[in-house]
Write a protein that binds this ligand. Structure first.
Ligand SMILES: CC(C)(COP(=O)(O)OP(=O)(O)OC[C@H]1O[C@@H](n2cnc3c(N)ncnc32)[C@H](O)[C@@H]1OP(=O)(O)O)[C@@H](O)C(=O)NCCC(=O)NCCS
Length: 185
């Protein structure tokens, strides 16, 4: 069984980014990201309606991280560390299978600058170096080109393609499963 301990919180630094713990001060930025039609196009979650929902979301995250059930990093630029521009984390962690699912979102003003690749590479390295995780999976709408390209550029391989298995926004859509296996084991 994989053992996890997210305390103290593993803050990470990349060339341009700070990956830090979430706080209530991130509520406004989080809400704006999760209200964006561009960001949420392929994500089957309701748009965040108000700050109360953002606070509740943050409380859930903090509690889940405290219980070592999932981990969630706020993405900020090093030069502007207080402003959340995205998030990345591992959730639906299957400790008995040493496997975690990755999830990520970035404010659309920052797309295609290599930010998520930089953030994802850092958290994947952290996970494999600091836990016994053996594999990481990603589930996505097969039409989510940005996410597909990101995963492929990180070395994930497509292991499943499910035709019209997901009913979303009134129509059946294809979904895909990608995974990355720890190297050298
Ligand atoms: C998916 C997402 C996180 C990508 O973030 P990003 O910072 O723009 O991605 P990057 O700039 O790091 O790009 C990584 C690679 O994917 C490619 N890429 C990213 N978005 C692309 C797009 N829309 N079309 C084609 N290629 C794309 C980049 O060219 C780059 O390729 P390279 O490594 O060969 O140069 C971002 O589009 C997003 O937040 N989307 C909405 C939320 C979402 O769908 N999350 C995933 C749910 S499964």
């Amino acid at each position: 069984m994989m053992e996890l301990n997210f305390s103290p919180f593993p803050e990470l630094h990349t060339k341009r980014l700070l990956l830090r713990e979430v706080s209530k001060l991130d509520a406004q930025a989080l809400m704006q990201i999760r209200q964006s039609d561009a960001v949420m196009e392929f994500i089957d979650r309701p748009r965040m309606k108000n700050l109360e929902e953002a606070y509740a979301f943050i409380e859930n995250i903090i509690s889940s991280v405290e219980k070592n059930e999932s981990i969630f990093w706020v993405i900020a630029e090093e030069e502007n560390p207080d402003l959340m521009i995205g998030s990345i984390g591992f959730w639906r962690i299957e400790k008995q299978h040493y496997r975690a699912e990755i999830g990520y979102l970035l404010h659309h003003d920052h797309w295609q600058k290599g930010f998520m690749k930089e953030a994802a590479a850092a958290v994947i390295t952290w996970l494999f170096d600091n836990t016994q995780a053996h594999s990481i999976e990603a589930n996505l709408d097969a039409h989510n080109t940005g996410s597909v390209k990101l995963l492929e550029s990180l070395g994930f391989e497509r292991e499943g393609y499910f035709r019209e298995n997901y009913f979303y926004k009134g129509q059946f859509t294809d979904s895909a499963l990608y995974s990355l296996i720890r190297k050298g084991s």
